[in-house]
Write a protein that binds this ligand. Structure first.
Ligand code: GLP
Length: 240
């Protein structure tokens, strides 16, 4: 993995965003793996601004998001679909027919997992995958566990994740389950970009970069990926 430390989240957003823009400039029907959370926002700002300047068109791009809450309507203000619509899709010229999400309300999680894997494969596989990292080292919603996962699955979220994400929920309690892409689905992306900013990520970043590959820090698997770039700010890099 290539580790790059920068001064500000905006600089990182420009660097990570330009990797996505270049991917689409080189391949107009590129397949983008996208993430939610506060971390990707500067990257999405950069992509939206590049599109507004006419430097790139996302018209033929397909997107696959990493995860979605269960037991929450897709139209709810806290769904990851709404988050992506507000923070990226409404700001670029993507064709919403090419936007793919796991259905957190699918009655059969295993069938839903097979559907998503087949759609990713039919699109030609993910060309570039964005990742944030949870405070406990989770990527997407792959929580620390005894083994690495493969395809998408339904996960019971940990207390740490529920505590970190419940600040966004004010009208309904935060769901305790989500559908998430598995580690195998993430590792099959041709290129991976992980961004971590802020002190609260420093311990997870240390375990990811300095520790062994261990499913108790799911992000540590990225060391085995042939093309993975990690962008950190000084706070996130402070325990390296
Ligand atoms: C959630 C998402 C992850 C994200 C993480 C960190 O749990 N499922 O994909 O990386 O939060 O979020 P933030 O960037 O807000 O710290």
């Amino acid at each position: 993995m290539k580790v790059i430390t920068m001064n500000t989240a905006a600089e990182i957003g420009a660097a990570a965003g330009s990797m996505f823009v270049q991917t689409v400039q080189n391949k107009e029907n590129a397949v983008l793996g996208l993430a939610t959370g506060a971390t990707p926002l500067p990257t999405y700002d950069y992509m939206a601004q590049a599109c507004a300047r006419g430097e790139v068109s996302f018209k033929k791009v397909s997107t696959f998001n990493l995860d979605e809450y269960c037991d929450l309507p897709q139209s709810h203000k806290n769904s990851y679909f709404t988050f992506m619509s507000e923070n990226l899709f409404s700001r670029i010229d993507v064709d919403m027919q090419n936007v793919h999400f796991l259905n957190g309300n699918a009655p059969d999680a295993e069938a839903e997992s097979r559907r998503y894997a087949a759609e990713i494969e039919a699109a030609g596989g993910i060309d570039i995958q964005f990742l944030g990292i949870g405070r406990n080292g989770h990527i997407a919603f792959n929580e620390p566990s005894d083994k690495f996962t493969n395809d998408a699955f339904k996960v019971h979220l940990t207390e740490s994740t529920i505590e970190a994400n419940s600040i966004y929920f004010d009208d309904v309690p935060m769901p305790h389950y989500a559908m998430t892409m598995g580690i195998g689905s993430i590792m099959r992306a041709k290129k991976i970009v992980l961004v971590a900013t802020g002190k609260s990520k420093a311990e997870a970043v240390r375990a990811m970069i300095c520790g062994d590959i261990d499913p108790h820090c799911p992000a540590s698997i990225l060391k085995a990926h042939p093309d993975c770039t990690i962008f950190l700010d000084e706070d996130a890099a402070s325990l390296l």
